[in-house]
Design a protein around this ligand. Structure first.
Ligand SMILES: Nc1ncnc2c1ncn2[C@@H]1O[C@H](COP(=O)(O)OP(=O)(O)OP(=O)(O)O)[C@@H](O)[C@H]1O
Length: 630
């Protein structure tokens, strides 16, 4: 890029400041006043730089203002130069991308003010342009040796690679912009070698979660997604397709022990529905012959039930696809769920923990048990109010779908299988409550056959859980009155637990909403990245270097380099996601903050605000003539 080509950067409305490398930089060993007519009106640069001029009384022709009290004025709030600085009014400062030789060439000034050199604020907001008006007159190397020492100390203090744990000075990424050092109007920074590859700093770990959902939630969701998309193992000899479902995968072993559902052999599969592409659970009962279509009326009734603790039924059908007469009931799929038996009761292989083999089976916390009780009681009430009986309140037919979240998983199936046998609904509902009481004992004792030894079961519950919990379980097992009344009494007793559970679920919703919001931000940034990719390196303009080397697109290109292509002092790529996210967020917000964009040949740089870059992106994107803005 030609360093003198202002057209690249001078958008009519832009206040971007182009800084070009001076073609020749002389290094005068002492200030040489240039013969200018108005020189007596101009403030002496040594005053600006050093706070004093040792030639003041020896014929220096510049203006020397009376000395101020250096302790009083506070530095200006923002070190950013005044935004309305027209590009034309700014002459090139000394921009030295390569490390200069910091050799003091002039003797140290003797003025006592020289020791305030690094703190002295510059009162004029246009000080930078004034300072740069005559680069030949400015000797960037003419520093007293004491100041060079201070400079190197300050440089060290500013080193963004310093490890804060090792006592380094980590600059707060949020409150201070690392670019500030380049815009500081304090002249002490003018002498620094421009380490433009040192812009980025790692974001404190405590802020990481602002941009992404938490690791635990992400991991859990990722695992579920992986399970949902896992391909079936080969050689299972399952039907390719049945009633609009394909890609069948058994969710339980289909070799060895045949699984029984009451007296029926049954298998649970996951399959994809061809219409909506969603995974479902197919619960198949082998060798079932449908006597009358009316057997499916209960499936219709169950499919209308929507309850957070009941796995929703989609449909039911019979099929010969398995080379027999099978009944299939289709349920919602909850990836990676386990039955209560698998989650809490089944013996698990011991694992090494702290160097010792330890059993993984732990007693369920009472708090979790109460949550289960509230959920099941609520599901039973909903079913009973709809004129149904659950009939599958069993550790093998209730699945744990999430932390403390359970669902009754095989509703409706027994109704179809026993359709021919007339049963009294009230008795069936009564039986639901008995099963519920037994389930509590099974869970408390971590044993599916707990009630085979009632005395021992009662003793275990006594020892590990509250009397309140035991009373509820006993009540449910012994209740003989109308189920509606029994349920009413149950809810009166667990009222307090219901409220606690309700509060916990509200908190869980809040937590998840917080997680969602962080991902929402990322969606915004993805849209921005899409825009960049639409603009940058379009092959149809590959031969026309003007396309990406001029105007808005050039700024977009340099910004892309600034965000993604920085290198460290060893020339290694800086891969700092926090920097990328911070830059993109500032771009999206269009902040007034300015950054320095450096050309690839390192010969020139641009000072430009995020707001301007944003409008460059918008205009470059709209120039593509795309109908639908991203
Ligand atoms: N709706 C569902 N979504 C996801 N997985 C499910 C669903 N229903 C059941 N499963 C899973 O399918 C597997 C088999 O379920 P099933 O009801 O047959 O349990 P089981 O322990 O095999 O009981 P049984 O011994 O009575 O057959 C279990 O691991 C269970 O977690």
């Amino acid at each position: 890029m030609a360093t003198g080509d202002m057209a690249y950067f001078a958008r009519p409305s832009s206040s971007a400041v182009k800084i070009v490398a001076p073609s020749t930089i002389e290094k005068p060993s002492s200030p040489k006043p240039s013969p200018r007519k108005d020189s007596t009106q101009r403030q002496c640069r040594n005053i600006l730089i050093y706070g004093s001029c040792k030639f003041q009384d020896k014929g220096c022709i510049y203006y020397h203002p009376p000395q101020r009290d250096t302790s009083s004025p506070a530095p200006p709030d923002s070190p950013v130069p005044a935004p309305a600085l027209p590009a034309q009014s700014v002459n090139a400062p000394v921009f030295v991308p390569k490390t200069p030789n910091l050799q003091p060439a002039s003797p140290p000034p003797t003025s006592p003010q020289s020791s305030h050199y690094f703190q002295q604020p510059l009162t004029s907001t246009s000080g930078l342009s004034e300072f740069n008006e005559d680069p030949l007159n400015y000797d960037p190397y003419a520093y007293p040796s004491s100041n060079v020492d201070m400079l190197s100390e300050q440089l060290q203090a500013l080193n963004p690679y310093d490890d804060p744990l090792e006592g380094g000075h980590m600059i707060d990424y949020d409150t201070s912009n690392p670019m500030d050092v380049f815009y500081s109007q304090q002249p002490n920074f003018a002498q620094h070698p421009l380490n433009y590859h040192l812009y980025t700093q790692p974001r404190p770990e405590s802020l990481q979660h602002r941009f992404f959902i938490s690791d635990s939630v992400r991991e859990e969701l990722q695992k579920r997604s992986e399970t949902t998309h896992a391909a079936p193992p080969p050689g299972l000899n399952l039907p390719e397709e049945l009633q609009g479902y394909h890609s069948l995968v058994p969710l339980e072993p289909i070799v060895g022990d045949r699984r029984k559902f009451g007296n029926w052999y049954s298998t649970v599969y996951r399959a994809i529905n061809s219409k909506d592409g969603m995974p479902y659970v197919l619960r198949r009962i082998e060798n079932y012959r449908l006597s009358q279509q009316a057997a499916f009326t209960c499936i219709e009734a169950w499919s209308r039930i929507r309850h957070p603790s009941i796995v929703t039924i989609k449909e039911a059908f019979t099929t010969r696809a398995f080379s027999d007469n099978s009944l299939v009931v289709v349920y919602e799929y909850h990836p990676n769920s386990q039955t209560m038996n698998e989650a809490h009761i089944k013996q698990k292989a011991p694992v090494f923990h702290n160097g010792r083999l330890q059993s993984q089976n732990v007693r369920i916390a009472e708090r979790t048990l109460w949550s289960y009780i509230v959920q099941i009681a609520s599901a039973i009430r909903t079913a009973h109010e709809a004129g149904l009986a659950v009939r599958v309140i069993d550790v093998n037919k209730i699945i744990v779908t999430d932390r403390n979240r359970i669902r009754i998983a095989a509703c409706g199936l027994v109704d179809v299988l026993s359709f021919d046998v007339h049963q009294d609904l009230a008795l069936l509902q009564q039986e639901d409550l008995h099963m519920f009481g037994k389930l509590i004992y099974q869970l408390c004792c971590n044993n599916a056959s707990a009630l085979n030894n009632v005395v021992r079961a009662v003793d275990t519950v006594n020892r590990h859980y509250s009397q309140e919990l035991q009373n509820i379980a006993n009540d449910l097992i012994q209740k003989s009155g109308p189920p509606r009344k029994a349920l009413h009494e149950l809810f009166a007793k667990i009222q307090k637990r219901v409220v606690t559970d309700y509060e916990e679920s509200l908190l869980a919703v809040d937590r998840l909403q917080g997680e969602l919001i962080s991902e929402l931000e990322n969606g915004r940034l993805v849209r921005l990245l899409c825009k960049f990719n639409f603009i940058n390196e379009r092959p149809e303009f590959a031969r026309d270097s003007r396309w990406s080397e001029t105007g808005d697109r050039y700024i977009v290109k340099l910004f892309r380099d600034y965000v993604f292509h920085q290198v460290d002092e060893h020339g290694r790529p800086v891969v700092n996601l926090s920097h990328v996210l911070t830059c993109l967020n500032k771009l999206d917000a269009g902040t007034e903050e300015r950054i320095m964009l450096v050309s690839r040949d390192e010969q020139s740089c641009l000072v430009v605000s995020y707001k301007e870059i944003k409008s460059c992106v918008e205009s470059a994107f709209s120039e593509l003539g795309l109908g639908n803005p991203v």
